[in-house]
Design a protein around this ligand. Structure first.
Ligand code: THU
Length: 129
């Protein structure tokens, strides 16, 4: 699957975003080591801290369907700047990618995207020994 195909899946997932507070839809498409893809969108809550980001929605769907090895995630947002995963999502992604090799693709308005390794975004995750 190409980067662009995965990004398009993230874009489609953003259509289901529940964003009455921020009005900022985000979609994610998580590619597993077996080639399957799980998508997610942000789901907001009146108690704002209970909001679930698109990335965590996708990872929880994948793990609850028995996947634990991930190779790439595409994050779609249409802001002025690239839609990078928040700190909490970086930590959650790192739980299932201890060496940080997961590719993280992030869009901005106009369809441009950047690519990082998770290890660049969170070089020192918390690890429970
Ligand atoms: N959000 C995501 O879903 N993923 C990100 O990578 C950044 C932020 C959501 C959370 C909230 O619903 C909205 O974007 C604004 O912060």
């Amino acid at each position: 699957m190409t980067d662009r195909e995965l990004l398009n899946m993230a874009r489609d997932a953003a259509k289901n975003a529940y964003v009455p507070y921020s009005h900022f839809p985000v979609g994610a498409a998580l590619e597993c080591a077996d080639g399957s893809v799980f998508t997610g969108c942000n789901v907001e809550n009146a108690a704002l801290g209970a909001t679930i980001c698109a990335e965590r929605a996708a990872i929880v769907k994948a793990v609850s369907e028995g996947r634990r090895r991930f190779v790439r995630i595409a994050v779609y947002g249409e802001g002025e700047t690239y839609c990078l995963p928040c700190g909490e999502c970086r930590q959650v992604l790192s739980e299932f990618c201890a060496n940080g090799s997961m590719e993280v693709l992030c869009t901005r308005s106009g369809g441009r995207y950047v690519s990082y390794r998770l290890s660049q975004l969170l070089p020192h995750p918390f690890v429970m020994e």
